[in-house]
Ligand binder design. Structure first.
Ligand SMILES: Cc1ncc(COP(=O)(O)O)c(C=O)c1O
Length: 387
């Protein structure tokens, strides 16, 4: 058992009571709680629409599927992606026959190197799937300028960065679509869960259909996508897109409603923990911390070994683990090094020097929703005294 875990629990008695309420209602499958959660989630983040699904991975899948069925993207189009992210950022692109163009990350921010994004663009580039890694916002001024200039669709995988802001605006709300994860160990937890936000009504309606069998049932009568018949019987089982069943459960949504109330406190605490972490550990020689852009929601604390510590990650990981400090690689490292890449249509722009470096020399430890100054001292002690 780890003394300092990757994450802590964000639930109190309110979430347990919310579960009980669902049990009492006897309505377990997607229904009014999901609709309420979606409305509150969209309002909190300042988006017009939100669609809840059963995971952040499904959020990415539905987002990309919606771009395909709205004909904003088609098989063979090129999409720019960072070389470092989670596997399910990439999978929907592969599954829909899109060509991935991997671009290196910035070694300080761990997000896409935007200068290299500019160089990587071709006539075939149609979208950028940007990822805010470990809570850290990308430089949206620069990214949006690139997307506007080249008429590219901006999609945001914000699954690790709920509650982060850039110039006062929540990340996940800059692009045409933004995705979130509410899996345990993320900023808020609904057990499993994910959300897509958008301001685009067509995409919103499309995603409601794609989430549930590709049917029309949850589409309003005035949808620009499809005119429902007045015959409700017919519209119970009427299928218009090759969709999925990635619906959330009412319990997940009911918990989510309680978690939304806590977001501000959770993010405030995570940011205070980060200040402490930076002031204590930022001064340790040979350890590079993530450089914050905007206001990070600090999913965790990445450390990249440099100078004399380069190449010594295995020793440090052993020490941290022996001292009860849970740790992980920096997401999937350089994703193109994973065996699964053989199934992809992809190209690497230039070299992935920084992704390769963090693949060998990077790791992260968690951050918590409660204040945790003592744990920061423990990590520092291990780094300074034993390593
Ligand atoms: C960047 C990123 N995208 C997508 C996901 C998938 O989210 P989930 O675990 O809810 O499927 C994760 C998971 O942590 C992630 O880090």
């Amino acid at each position: 058992m780890f003394e300092y875990r990757l994450s802590d629990d964000t639930w109190g008695k309110e979430e347990l009571e919310a579960i009980q309420e669902v049990i009492r209602s006897n309505r377990y499958t997607m229904g009014p709680k999901t609709a309420e959660f979606e409305e509150q989630f969209a309002a909190f983040f300042g988006a017009k629409y939100a669609v809840m699904v059963n995971s952040g991975s499904s959020a990415n899948l539905i987002a990309i599927a919606a771009l395909i069925y709205s004909e904003k993207l088609k098989a063979g189009d090129e999409v720019i992606v960072p070389a470092v992210s989670w596997s399910t950022t990439y999978y929907p692109l592969q599954q829909y026959g899109l060509k991935l163009k991997f671009v290196d990350i910035d070694v300080d921010t761990l997000n896409l190197d935007l200068k290299q994004v500019e160089e990587a663009l071709t006539e075939k580039t149609k979208a950028v799937f940007a990822v805010n890694l470990l809570g850290n916002p990308i430089d949206y001024d620069y990214l949006q300028e690139i997307c506007d200039r080249r008429n590219l669709i901006l999609i945001e995988d914000n699954c690790e960065s709920l509650g982060a802001k850039f110039k006062g605006k929540y990340t996940g709300t800059f692009g045409l679509l933004g995705t979130f994860s509410t899996f345990y160990s993320h900023h808020i937890c609904t057990m499993e869960g994910g959300v897509i936000v958008t301001d685009d009504k067509n995409l919103f309606h499309l995603m409601k259909s794609l989430r549930a069998h590709g049917w029309t049932r949850e589409m309003p009568h005035n949808s620009p996508l499809y005119s429902k018949k007045e015959n409700d019987f017919y519209e119970q089982f009427n299928f218009i897109f090759p969709g999925y069943n990635v619906r959330p459960l009412e319990m997940e949504a009911a918990i989510g409603i309680k978690q939304i109330d806590k977001i501000e406190t959770i993010i405030k605490n995570r940011r205070e923990n980060a200040s402490k972490f930076i002031s204590e550990i930022g001064a340790v020689n040979g350890i590079k911390l993530q450089k914050e852009v905007g206001e990070s929601s600090w999913f965790g604390f990445s450390m990249v070994l440099e100078g004399e510590l380069e190449g010594r990650r295995d020793e440090l990981i052993k020490l941290l683990t022996e001292n009860g400090i849970e740790n992980r690689p920096i997401v999937a490292g350089n994703f193109t090094k994973n065996h699964v890449i053989k199934y992809f249509d992809y190209e690497v722009h230039n070299e992935l020097t920084n992704a390769d470096y963090i693949h060998e020399n990077g790791f992260f430890v968690g951050n918590h929703s409660e204040l945790q100054f003592e744990s920061v001292k423990l990590i520092k002690k291990v780094l300074m005294n034993e390593f």
